[in-house]
Unconditional design. Structure first.
Length: 114
């Protein structure tokens, strides 16, 4: 299984970024998928997940600002991030939900400047 996250970058507070994660080696449509993040010096935390049937859940601190979606035809899960805050700065990863320890990829860096 390979999960490749992309789309990170440097953005000012209040800005937006759109992350993508392409999956291979798995039956994507059958899996719940999640976005996670890890800030420097902190534990990795889940951000949002989307079930195989499209149900979505968000961490409280991102609810109303982030939107998770999936395209099963493209084996890709997305995270649209709006109204970004400096505390959103982290490396963002995708994985199954709940995560599989063997599926972590390299992630993509998101940096929000104040």
């Amino acid at each position: 299984v390979q999960l490749q996250a992309s789309g990170g970058g440097l953005v000012q507070a209040g800005g937006s970024l759109s992350l993508s994660c392409s999956a291979s080696g798995m039956i994507f449509r059958a899996n719940n998928m999640g976005w996670y993040r890890q800030a420097p010096g902190k534990q990795r935390e889940w951000v949002a997940f989307i079930t195989s049937d499209g149900t979505k859940e968000y961490r409280g601190t991102v609810k109303g600002r982030f939107t998770i979606s999936r395209d099963n035809g493209k084996n890709t899960v997305y995270l649209q991030m709006n109204s970004l805050k400096p505390e959103d700065t982290a490396v963002y990863y995708c994985n199954r939900y709940p995560y599989d320890v063997e599926y972590w990829g390299q992630g993509t860096q998101v940096t929000v400047s104040s």
